[in-house]
Ligand binder design. Structure first.
Ligand code: SAH
Ligand code: SF4
Length: 396
């Protein structure tokens, strides 16, 4: 399916503050790191806590990038900060707006790499889908990102910076000194469902999410942040303990044989091990169900037997779950087709009758290739060939 032309595409070049001056970027530092950085440039220890709180609030609550605007700091102190630090977020290269209102930003990070960030407006909320890596080292055979060879972990600054980029574009920073009520927010939810496997970049993802949750900053509740993983089992317990956000699992198959092909990390941690780790995910309650993501691939994982097996797995392990069915989003060279609507609905019915919520995810922003699994920096040159993709999917 050829994507139709985007409705609008404007190229924005936000001037980038030079980073070859050796100045450190304050964005992405934890509170402790920020405090240490301020002390290192001469902030008296006695004042460090207060100064950390003030600078933090300017950066994350009011979106200020210029030290001169930080009027509750003395002028010479502002100059000291400006001499030593920058407040820098990724640079927006392009912004596309879909006919359904979805916005896709291509942002550039250090080294000239590009990642995609997608904003999805919905009734009563707005979700930002952010990336954790450039590309992905895993090679799920249905995923566009997995065909991209080049990989590097994003820094915590680049991860939280994606949220700040969207807040800039949505013009959603409150006036300094004020707060925006939660219910009035355009950007109310975060999903770590962009490019990359977040649990292969655990520390940076954790630090960025703790910044996003901080009550004196971006202020997103942990219940409004969902981390999606393909199943890095040892890091799942850590996610509960150290981040405490909601969890989504890229489940996608009901037998190890099929899951080995679709989600190759299954060869390392199989379905049983994964289910055990999910059952143990602490803090699981009715309001904190684990989301099982299940991509619907025609003739591969969409049978009636699959639906029953899926339900059995979840029940056997007594996991509080909802199942999110994702119609496969095609991309150039993809070795699969989307299941028919009839199949998807029949599958959903079986799950629903078994007592689980089974929403079918409506593809958003397809016209701008912003839907799940379509993300891949277009400018990325290092790509795998169609043959390689098919061979890895076990189809070659
Ligand atoms: N790496 C993480 C998060 C990114 S992928 C993970 O795998 O969970 C976000 C979701 O989109 C995952 O469930 C992924 O399996 C799904 N996805 C990937 N490619 C897709 C495609 N082409 N169509 C539909 N969903 C896809
Ligand atoms: Fe990586 Fe997730 Fe895509 Fe798999 S589905 S290749 S883990 S981004």
């Amino acid at each position: 399916m050829e994507p139709t032309a985007p409705i609008t595409q404007d190229v924005m070049t936000i001037p980038r503050k030079t980073d070859d001056t050796g100045k450190r970027n304050l964005v992405g530092m934890t509170r402790d790191q920020l405090r240490d950085a301020l002390i290192a440039v001469g902030t008296p220890e006695k004042q460090a806590k207060m100064r950390t709180g003030q600078v933090w609030q300017w950066i994350y609550q009011w979106g200020v990038r210029d030290f001169d605007v930080m009027t509750n700091l003395a002028k010479p102190y502002r100059a000291l900060l400006a001499e030593n630090f920058v407040i820098e977020i990724p640079e927006v290269v392009t912004r596309q707006i879909s006919e359904d209102g979805t916005r896709k930003y291509l942002v550039r990070i250090a080294g000239g790499h590009e990642v995609e960030v997608v904003y999805i407006p919905e009734e009563g909320r707005g979700t930002l889908c952010i990336s954790s890596q450039v590309g992905c080292t895993l090679t799920c055979s249905f995923c566009h990102t997995g065909t991209q060879k080049l990989v590097r972990n994003l820094t915590s600054a680049e991860i939280v910076g994606q949220i700040m980029v969207a807040r800039d574009d949505l013009n959603e920073w409150p006036e300094p000194g004020t707060r925006k009520p939660d219910e009035a927010r355009l950007l109310s939810n975060i999903v770590l469902m962009g490019m990359g496997e977040p649990l292969y970049n655990f520390e940076n993802v954790r630090d960025a999410m703790l910044i996003a949750m901080d009550p004196e900053g971006i202020q997103l509740s942990r219940r409004r942040i969902t981390l999606s993983t393909s199943g890095v089992v040892p890091e799942i317990a850590r996610t509960a303990e150290e981040i405490g956000c909601l969890l989504a699992i890229s489940f996608h198959a009901t037998t190890d044989e099929v899951r080995d092909k679709l989600v190759p990390i299954n060869k390392r941690w199989n379905i049983e091990e994964l289910l055990k780790s999910l059952a143990a995910y602490p803090k699981v309650s009715n309001s904190e169900r684990i989301t099982f993501e299940y991509v619907m691939l025609n003739g591969v994982n969409d049978s009636v037997e699959d639906a029953h097996r899926l339900v059995d797995h979840i029940k056997r392990h007594k996991i509080a779950a909802k199942i999110n069915l994702i119609p496969f989003n095609e991309w150039p060279g993809a070795p699969y087709k989307r299941s028919s609507n009839n199949r998807i609905h029949a599958f959903a019915d079986i799950i629903h009758e078994a007592g689980f919520a089974s929403p079918i995810r409506r593809p958003r922003g397809e016209d701008i290739m912003a839907a799940c699994g379509q993300l891949k920096s277009e400018t990325e040159r290092a790509r795998k060939s169609k043959r390689q993709i098919e061979a890895e999917a076990g189809l070659g």
